[in-house]
Design a protein around this ligand. Sequence first.
Ligand code: CA2
Length: 168
Amino acid sequence: MAATQKPKRGVGPSAELAVPVVLVLNGPNLNLLGTREPAVYGSQTLADVQALCEQAARANGLQCDFRQTNHEGTLVDWLHEAGRLQAGGRLAGVILNAGAYTHTSVALHDAIKGTGVAVLELHISNVHAREAFRHHSYISPVARAVMAGFGVAGYALAVAAVAGWASA
Ligand code: CA2
């Protein structure tokens, strides 16, 4: 390959390494999706949402890394990991549904600010149409974008939006 040629994405032995990653992080209780409160969160399970994200990622030329935890510190660690991916030029962006930590966590705010990671804050429900305690987010001031109220279909829309960041 001539020095002026750019390596082609998706070609060659390290092709998978060259595909930008969309990291989809889910916080507490989202493992319960599809089991209760279908009027608020729909009837699809988290496994269904993962399949949706993986399909959207493939369609948009991204590699999807989909995770869920009930632990705040684990989300902080994963944001730090995202920061290292971003520094290595491998991260398209993070889709973060921090669940109830959205409304409580200074630690998540600091992790996003401290790493400079590009975060799309996502909520399945329209948090602004719900209880007052869900109206404030510690994530929004440090997020690049915010989406709420599209149901689980919002995850696929979010993956497409993050793909736009990667190619911008
Ligand atoms: O709308 C969202 O995506 C939320 O982030 C979901 C969180 C909630 O605390 C936020 O205010 C808004 C809760 C996730 C819990 O999901 C469940 C799903 C089914 C059954 C029980 C909980």
